[in-house]
Design a protein around this ligand. Structure first.
Ligand SMILES: O=C(CO)[C@H](O)[C@H](O)COP(=O)(O)O
Length: 145
């Protein structure tokens, strides 16, 4: 089974548990695709076999956290800084499970008043910024590397 390994404090518990089940022999034949460097390091330390999307373009299962979830199950993800990679990997998965606590549940997306994460690839960032600036104006747009 090809498993996306999510990013953030909630997903960290999932990755820990996968490592535990692997060591207990209760989980077999699993390969993980980490959505961030931090998760990559955590998975390596737990001995979870790792791969990437070039070798495994179809991901069977993704379990990851979210920043906001509305009553219709619309999500905000990416405040942990792995937006683009998560969208690529989780967009390719057959099944996507989101793990959140009650603090992530909102009446409408954006109501937590926290920043809305948007991430782009470095090579596209200028083109993308120009495009977004036309839609929203430069205010509030920042590049994070
Ligand atoms: O999208 C993410 C990372 O880019 C995380 O899943 C999201 O930020 C939730 O993180 P946490 O479980 O630490 O609250």
């Amino acid at each position: 089974m090809v498993h996306d390994l999510g990013t953030g404090s909630t997903a960290k518990h999932v990755v820990d548990r996968i490592g535990e089940l692997l060591h207990q022999g209760k989980l077999k034949d699993i390969v993980g695709i980490p959505t961030s460097k931090k998760t990559h390091e955590q998975a390596l330390s737990l001995g979870i076999p790792l791969s990437d999307m070039d070798s495994h373009p179809i991901v069977d299962l993704a379990i990851d956290g979210a920043n906001e979830v509305d009553p219709y199950l619309n999500l905000v993800k990416g405040r942990g800084g792995s937006h683009l990679r998560e969208m690529m990997i989780e967009g390719a998965c057959k099944k996507f499970v989101v793990t959140v606590d009650e603090f992530k549940l909102v009446n409408y997306i954006g109501s937590s008043s926290l920043a809305m994460p948007v991430e782009t690839s470095e090579s596209l960032s200028e083109i993308w910024l120009r495009c977004k600036a036309q839609n929203f104006g430069r205010k509030g747009l920042a590049l994070c590397h």
